[in-house]
Design a protein around this ligand. Structure first.
Ligand code: CS2
Length: 492
């Protein structure tokens, strides 16, 4: 229990008047906010991205779009938000500039394992016409290489046996949709970094529902809209230091404070089944085809990010801005983006890709963000097949080598196999899908064997064979890494 003094020193509806005066407040009557959106995955990214687009729509007077946030894994976030009347701050920082506002659009925050009935009711409510999700790539029970439902996954098997007591994202969505009145329009907007994310989610949900309720599967397929979307904003996970910094700025404690970059982008396919917030009034781009934007962002931003993450981890560089300031790793990241990855990207109509790259590099250099390389390095077995492998496959099929991207891939494999930085410090590898790949790498007799064994690991690298000459180059890079670390690989 918080004492009165502690409550007074913490962000809440009641303490809004005590905030530092440069902090912007919700400019609408929160008590009149209806619930029109359910969001699954209540992490910092959603709260600093989709929630802000919606906050802007609500601030213009359309009060239908309050958000019910659902957390599937983290019990803490719902409690922290509830203790603050679901208010939190977002500070946008670049260099010395900072802008802080309090976000009021969240109506409720539910931890699904302990409030499942409420979550299902919220999804089933016909006033909910939009459901958004940010549960990370691994949150969709998708087999990374086949892109189909991973029916071998223990949590999926649990949900199929108990569809009314689900644990997975797909299980919770299906249970909620099953309880909706027929004909109530719903649009599901997947906001995770996957190619064709909306279509993938539809396919997975239909596959999942089809295994226990054919009628539900048909309903999902024919009546619910699943626009693809591209989301972008760099939002580092909070740390004790970022929370302390935010408290200093606010004049109050905010246990859910977010510090992120000023840049924000959302491109959404304009196919909705029913009412939606006018997100375009808040700067979102509604368009007929999101795929070129997705490919551009996943390859240039996320592809470079992952390379920075593994090179950074191996070289003892804690944050992206540290890595960008490092002569070898910074130069590697720039060349990887501008030479190898850019060559694989077709610009969306009217888009200035060189200017986009220039801005990306500036964003990575932002010294005010402590964006940890360890955070981005997580879940490589989910990210690499989306961010690097399509560009590599296409290039190799056209007979083109991508020397920097190939080095990035070798760097990731070396990071997994060795589990230590180049100076010998143990690394925390957080990737539940990596166990089998690590076992293959560590069991290999030599570098050639390691390269071939990795490329034959179907869940990540797919079933189509990779060219032997490419495997040989990868083996040479692994040898260089083993002998001289990342510095030797990047200097060569
Ligand atoms: C990052 C992304 O953690 C990661 O894997 O690459 O979260 C990245 O910061 C966002 O996609 C930026 O929009």
């Amino acid at each position: 229990m918080l004492s009165t003094a502690e409550r007074n020193a913490q962000l809440s509806q009641q303490s809004l008047g005590r905030l530092a005066k440069e902090v912007a407040l919700p400019g609408y009557d929160r008590s009149r906010l209806a619930r029109g959106i359910v969001h699954v995955g209540l992490g910092a990214f959603h709260r600093a991205h989709q929630a802000l687009y919606t906050e802007a729509v609500v601030a213009q007077g359309d009060l239908r779009w309050g958000i019910v946030g659902v957390s599937l894994r983290d019990p803490g976030v719902a409690d922290r938000l509830a203790a603050q009347d679901h208010l939190y701050s977002v500070t946008e920082r670049h260099g010395d500039e900072a802008r802080t506002r309090i976000v009021g659009v969240l109506r409720d925050a539910l931890y699904a394992p302990s409030h499942l009935a409420q979550v299902i009711r919220a999804i089933a409510d016909p006033a909910t016409t939009i459901l958004t999700s940010t549960v990370t790539e691994k949150g969709y029970s998708q087999h990374p290489a086949s892109a189909d439902l991973d029916v071998a996954d223990a949590a999926v098997r649990h949900d199929l046996a108990h569809p009314d007591a689900p644990k997975t994202t797909l299980g919770v969505l299906a249970a909620g949709i099953r309880s909706r009145p027929a004909g109530a329009p719903l649009t599901v907007v997947c906001c995770d970094n996957m190619a064709r994310n909306g279509h993938s989610l539809r396919k997975l949900l239909v596959q999942y529902a089809g295994l226990f309720d054919e009628t539900l599967a048909r309903r999902i397929e024919t009546q619910i809209a699943f626009p693809n979307s591209m989301v972008d904003r760099i939002v580092p996970a909070a740390t004790p230091a970022s929370l302390a910094w935010a408290a200093g700025r606010l004049g109050l404690r905010d246990e859910a404070a977010i510090v992120c970059e000023p840049f924000m982008q959302w491109v959404i396919e304009d196919c909705f089944a029913g009412p939606r917030p006018a997100w375009e009034d808040a700067g979102a781009l509604l368009t007929a085809d999101v795929r070129p934007y997705q490919a551009m962002k996943l390859r240039l931003l996320n592809g470079t990010h992952s390379a920075i993450a593994y090179a950074g981890q191996l070289c003892g560089l804690e944050s992206v801005s540290d890595a960008m300031a490092d002569p070898l790793v910074g130069q590697f990241a720039r060349r990887l983006m501008l030479e190898d990855l850019r060559a694989t990207v077709a610009a969306p109509a009217g888009y200035d890709v060189p200017a986009y790259c220039h801005e990306l590099l500036r964003r990575f250099e932002n010294p005010a963000l402590a964006h940890r390389t360890q955070q981005i390095a997580m879940d490589g077995t989910q990210k690499v097949p989306v961010r690097w492998l399509p560009a590599l496959r296409e290039s190799l099929a056209a007979g083109v080598e991508r020397p920097l991207l190939e080095r990035a891939l070798a760097g990731w494999l070396h990071y997994l196999a060795r589990g230590r930085s180049d100076s010998g410090a143990p690394l925390t590898i957080s990737d539940p899908g990596a166990e089998a790949l690590i076992a293959r790498l560590r069991a290999a007799a030599d570098d050639g064997d390691a390269a071939r064994a990795a490329l034959a690991h179907e869940p990540v690298f797919g079933s189509a064979p990779w060219p032997p000459a490419f495997a040989a180059r990868l083996a040479r890079h692994l040898a260089t890494l083993r002998q001289g670390g990342m510095a030797a690989l990047l200097a060569g």
